[in-house]
Design a protein around this ligand. Sequence first.
Ligand SMILES: Nc1ncnc2c1ncn2[C@@H]1O[C@H](COP(=O)(O)OP(=O)(O)OP(=O)(O)O)[C@@H](O)[C@H]1O
Length: 279
Amino acid sequence: MSPRHVVPAATETPPGPDVLTAHGLVRHFGGLRAVDGVDLTVPPRQVTAVIGPNGAGKSTLFHCLAGAQRPDEGRIRFRGRDITRLPDHRRARLGIARTFQVVSVFPSLTVADNLRVGAENRAGASAAARLLGLPDAAGGRTRQAVERALELAELTDVADVPAGRLPTGTLRLVELGRALAADPSVLLLDEPASGLDDAETARMRALLRRLAGEGLAVLLVEHDMELVFGVADTVYVMAAGRVVASGTPDAVRDDPAARAAYLDPLAGDGEPAPGPGGS
Ligand SMILES: Nc1ncnc2c1ncn2[C@@H]1O[C@H](COP(=O)(O)OP(=O)(O)OP(=O)(O)O)[C@@H](O)[C@H]1O
């Protein structure tokens, strides 16, 4: 049995609600094709992971999806709408939220205030409502969004603590909470387990499953294979700008191309090969 590409290609996916797709994405830097013809689907209610060796093009793909970089070729669609040329802040308004590889919270603001920034980033409509003299409705929506995000990210206990006093693991959750406060339908996570210890990674994994269960389309670019193989519904393996394999974690784990490009060398480096079902 060949398990490769068991996920339908982006072109075959109907433009259903909250599906983010990329088709034929190319991004080059001079002569280097950092992303070289990538098709990818990020469906709701699922965790989709992108893995691959250093320099494979994962971050470049992520930046193209988030709107921080423009692809040179190809199309990105959300809910069937072409958003390829839409800048990142406009994508945020549509409900595509992201986190950053290097945590970028405001250290002097409390956790709740950091999340409020996320809620207001999305709330172009709220700002307009305020101008129109509807402060309570807008403020109420923001408050609700912050409270919900605090609860989802399990940050209620530290809501009033300045973010700068919190350890890295909690700051990753603050970063995620800020994205959630924007009430997204797509969540793009850039190495969410970076700097987390085992217990924090387990907490992150449970949180990502819960978010997918609540209907979000979650995409993560991640080096932590325990997290990826424990949480993802679909894994894309990139090497030299291309997707060399994709499918369920089980299918990818057995895929010769995935093994050759990434998993076997990774295990050979002394890092644990992802076991069945993750940790
Ligand atoms: N701004 C840039 N200018 C020139 N080359 C770049 C730029 N950004 C990325 N590259 C190159 O594009 C290729 C893909 O890089 P990218 O960061 O997307 O890979 P990656 O899979 O995310 O790697 P890592 O796991 O190390 O973060 C690499 O060869 C990298 O050097």
